[in-house]
Design a binder for this molecule. Structure first.
Ligand code: PLP
Length: 371
C-alpha cells in the first residue's frame, strides 16, 4: 500500500495564494485584524447575497453559534434533537444547562422524524434542534407546524447545508435561527469558522453583542456573551473562497453522479437520491451497507478501503446518544432509536471533494464493486 496514492475523504477548498497575499497586504496596511473590520463586514454582505438570506453573523466556528442561539432565545428545560449528527449539536444543548431529548430519524432522509418529535414533547420542552444532515433538508413545514402548535423555538443546525435551497428559497431561512459551520472539511470553509442566520436586524444586533462578550458599546454588557468573533484574515480568506464555491459544488455534483451511476445496481449498497425542488450542495456521499446482501459488513468494507489507501469515514458513528456523556439519558435507549442505530451501523461516507479525479473515483468504485 506504501506506493498507492492515498485518497482522502475530503480536501479543503483553498483560495488562490497570490490573491490571498494581496488581501493580507491590505490587512497589514490597515492594522485592523479583528473586531468587526472591513473584511468581516464584506464577507457578511457577500454571504447574505450568495445564500439569499436577510441577516448573517459570522462566528469563529460552527459550535459557538449553536450555543449562542440557545442562549439568545433563552431556551430552558428539554430540547428535542437528533442523535444522528456530530457531537457538537448535543453539546451545545448541554452547555446551556438543558436536557437533550433524542428522537429517531426518518431512514429516507437521515433527519429527525417529525412524528417522533410530537410524541417527545413534555411540559418541559422549550425548543427543537434539528440537523439538515448531509445537507438534506429536514421536513421544515411539519417541524414549524409542531413548533407553532406547542410554542417551541426551532434552531436548525445547518452545518452541512451551505447553499442548499428548496423551491428556490434558502433552507437557512427556516425556524427561528440557523447555524452554519465553515470548518476546513465543509463545502465552504474559512479554515475554522461558522455563522448564524436570523430574520431581523434586532436579532442580528443582539447576536453581534453576544459573540463579543455581550458588549453593547464601550461600557455596557447586555448579557453573558462569549468571544466568538471571526477575525479579518479568515474573513478575507472566506471572501476568496466564496468566488470558487459554485465550481467546487459542480465538481461534487459530477462525482455524486459517477458514484450513483456505478452503485445503483449493487445489491446491499444504498444511498440517497436527488430530491425534486432541492438545490443540493453534494457535501457528502454516504452509502449504507447491508452486510447480508452485500457479502461484507460495513466495517469489513471500510477497512478494505483503508488497506487500498481509500479513506472513507463512518460519519455518524457512533451515535451521539451512545457516547458515555449521553447514554444515561432515558431518550438514549437503543429501543427508542432503531433507525438511527441502523444508519450509524451501516454508513460509510465515500471520498468527496472538488479535487477528486475521475480515476480516483473509479478506484473507490472498484474497491466497492470488486468483491
Ligand atoms: C452537524 C454539525 N454541527 C456542528 C458542527 C460544529 O462545527 P465546527 O466544527 O465548525 O465547530 C459540525 C462540524 O463538523 C457538524 O457537522
Amino acid at each position: 500500500m506504501s506506493d498507492i496514492k492515498t485518497i482522502t475523504v475530503t480536501s479543503p477548498l483553498l483560495p488562490d495564494l497570490e490573491e490571498f497575499h494581496e488581501l493580507l497586504t491590505d490587512i497589514w496596511e490597515s492594522k485592523w485584524i479583528t473586531n468587526n473590520g472591513e473584511f468581516h463586514r464584506r464577507l457578511e454582505q457577500a454571504l447574505c447575497d450568495y445564500l439569499k438570506v436577510p441577516f448573517i453573523s459570522l462566528f469563529t466556528n460552527g459550535t459557538l453559534p449553536l450555543l449562542t442561539a440557545l442562549q439568545a432565545l433563552r431556551v430552558k428545560g428539554e430540547v428535542i434533537t437528533t442523535p444522528y449528527s456530530f457531537v457538537a449539536t448535543t453539546h451545545s444543548i448541554w452547555w446551556n444547562g438543558c436536557e437533550p431529548v433524542f428522537v429517531d430519524i426518518d431512514p429516507k432522509t437521515g433527519n429527525m422524524d417529525p412524528d417522533r418529535i410530537e410524541a417527545a414533547i413534555t411540559p418541559r420542552t422549550s425548543a427543537i434542534m434539528p440537523v439538515h444532515v448531509y445537507g438534506i433538508p429536514c421536513d421544515i413545514k411539519r417541524i414549524q407546524e409542531i413548533a407553532d402548535k406547542y410554542h417551541l423555538k426551532v434552531i436548525y443546525d445547518a452545518a452541512h447545508a451551505f447553499g442548499v435551497e428548496y423551491n428556490g428559497k434558502s433552507i437557512l431561512r427556516a425556524g427561528d435561527l440557523s447555524t452554519l459551520s465553515f470548518h476546513a472539511t465543509k463545502v465552504f470553509n474559512t479554515i475554522e469558522g461558522g455563522a448564524m442566520i436570523m430574520h431581523d436586524a434586532a436579532t442580528k444586533e443582539k447576536i453581534d453583542f453576544l459573540k463579543n462578550f455581550g458588549f453593547a458599546g464601550e461600557t455596557e454588557v447586555v448579557g453573558p456573551g462569549i468571544n466568538s468573533k471571526m477575525d479579518e484574515i479568515r474573513s478575507a480568506y472566506g471572501l476568496l473562497n466564496l468566488k470558487q464555491v459554485d465550481d467546487a459544488i459542480e465538481c461534487r455534483r459530477h462525482i455524486t453522479n459517477l458514484y450513483r451511476e456505478s452503485l445503483k445496481d449493487v445489491e446491499g449498497i444504498s444511498f440517497f437520491h436527488e430530491i425534486p425542488g432541492v438545490r443540493h450542495n453534494y457535501s457528502y456521499f454516504p452509502i449504507f451497507v447491508d452486510s447480508d446482501k452485500y457479502g461484507l459488513s460495513r466495517d469489513e468494507l471500510y477497512y478494505k478501503m483503508k488497506e487500498n489507501g481509500i479513506f472513507g469515514r463512518r460519519y455518524f458513528y457512533p451515535l451521539i446518544s451512545s457516547f458515555s456523556t449521553y447514554q444515561g439519558l432515558p431518550s438514549a435507549n437503543k429501543r427508542n432509536l432503531p433507525h438511527a442505530y441502523k444508519m450509524a451501523e451501516s454508513v460509510i461516507c465515500l471520498p468527496m471533494h472538488h479535487r477528486l479525479t475521475d480515476n480516483e473515483v473509479q478506484r473507490v468504485l472498484d474497491c466497492i464493486l470488486i468483491r
